[in-house]
Design a protein around this ligand. Structure first.
Ligand code: SF4
Length: 428
């Protein structure tokens, strides 16, 4: 979501005539698109803003902008301004699309300002986007979240769920496919499974949208993120299984393998419900690549709760796990929960989690040796082509004189060897 927001920011800057530079000291404008999902992200951005002080001193005309989730938090713009008085423009998540106007305003007046909108506004269409994600194009289908998981800051800084109209999304995807530059279209939303609920028309839902998008002619795959297990329907599993344009890579964040922890996280599903979804996915889509998010060390997590998470990992055989230690977010209910877990225990648990997952990934990779799979060739480094499977695994393919390979095309590859982080294959 943030990467795509940065692409929109870059699009607005291009509209104003700015070009990108690799060298900060050459910049006329620096925009920090911040994230506050974890404490470490906030600390990092603070350090990076601090680094700009010397540049600003050397170049009084440099414009410094800070936007994104972090600035939308109560009191944050004032804190930032106090700490870094050289910032020129601070805006929040709800008025990001206005950035172009704000920069023009600053260029006329040279007066610094903060402008944070408290409430979400109507969705703005036809944004300029400067895409930077190679053969993948991100497409927002909705904004905001209604779920209020007790650890999460997102609903407070991104507002309530608002869906884009089917026709607007379809028009954007059609243009992307027609441009022939993108092979994967990744639909974005905090909980894509509740797409269309706000229309209340009894017809528009996520599967309806996918069906409309899969009708678009062209050689592309449709992915989406992120899903919520409470809303991930059996109808969706059937649709993914039956439609060749749908990627078979599914990210289904579970967060914990303990029912009591899921309850205090306010996730509103049980481990049994989640396992049933995994069973159905494996049954209907045998080649699915399933990934998840896990938080370890949530307040009150016992050894037994954590063992439940480890068992779930083995049950699901994930091809990838994004594991995090719980970090307090100001303004969320979990910040005030008792029984916060000491950092040394959190570290032990995350280490164990990754050890288990590492073994699973190695076994899954070993199983691929000798198999043929479809890959997208994305780059060439020295004598090797770098390709990606549908599930995001990297495959190296040695260049051969008698085989012509074009970047950005799909090929069938035979896997010859599995290394720790990559596979070695040949085009057949
Ligand atoms: S569903 Fe996702 S974005 Fe929404 S509150 Fe829960 S974790 Fe945060």
């Amino acid at each position: 979501m943030n990467i795509h927001d940065s692409e929109k920011i870059a699009g607005m800057l291009k509209n104003l005539g700015y070009e990108e530079t690799e060298d900060k000291s050459n910049a006329d404008i620096i925009v920090f698109n911040t994230c506050c999902i974890r404490e470490s992200a906030e600390l990092k951005i603070m350090a990076k803003i601090g680094d700009i002080k010397a540049l600003k001193k050397a170049n009084k005309n440099l414009i410094v902008v800070v936007c994104g989730c972090m600035t939308q938090q109560k009191g944050m713009p004032e804190n930032l301004k106090k700490k870094f008085p050289f910032i020129n423009i601070i805006i929040g998540t709800h008025n990001l699309e206005e950035l172009q106007n704000y920069i023009e305003k600053y260029n006329k007046t040279h007066k610094s300002f903060n402008e944070i909108w408290e409430a979400e506004k109507q969705i703005v269409e036809n944004n300029a986007v400067y895409r930077t994600s190679n053969y993948n194009a991100w497409v927002n289908i909705m904004y905001g979240c209604n779920n209020f998981c007790t650890y999460c800051i997102v609903p407070y800084v991104r507002g309530r769920e608002r869906s884009r109209k089917v026709e607007d999304i379809k028009k954007e995807v059609e243009e992307l496919v027609k441009s022939n530059k993108y092979k994967t279209i990744t639909l974005l939303g905090q909980n894509v499974n509740s797409y269309g609920n706000d229309f209340k028309d009894g017809k528009t839902n996520f599967v309806y949208l996918l069906n409309e998008l899969c009708k678009i002619e062209g050689d592309f795959r449709l992915k989406f993120m992120t899903s919520h297990p409470k809303d991930f329907s059996l109808e969706l599993i059937d649709f993914i299984a039956s439609n060749p344009k749908m990627s078979k890579s599914i990210h289904l964040p579970v967060q914990s393998g303990s029912n009591s922890i899921l309850k205090i996280m306010n996730r509103r599903y049980t481990v049994e419900h989640y396992k049933n979804l995994i069973d159905q996915i494996k049954l209907k889509i045998p080649n699915a690549s399933i990934t998840t998010d896990i938080i370890v060390g949530f307040p009150g997590e016992t050894d037994e709760d954590f063992e439940g998470t480890c068992d779930l990992l083995k049950y699901c055989n994930y091809s990838g796990v994004f594991g995090f230690v719980y970090s307090k977010r100001k303004g969320t209910p979990a910040e005030k929960f008792e029984n916060q877990i000491p950092i040394n225990i959190k570290r032990q648990r995350i280490t164990k989690l990754f050890e288990i997952q590492h073994k699973i990934v190695k076994e899954l990779s070993d199983r691929l040796v000798g198999q043929t799979i479809e890959v997208l060739v994305e780059a060439k480094i020295n004598n090797f082509y770098i390709a990606k499977t549908d599930g995001g695994k990297t495959i190296k393919i040695k260049e051969e004189n008698n085989k012509e390979i074009n970047l950005g095309n799909y090929y069938i590859v035979k896997i010859n060897k599995a290394l720790t982080n990559e596979l070695i294959g040949e085009i057949i």
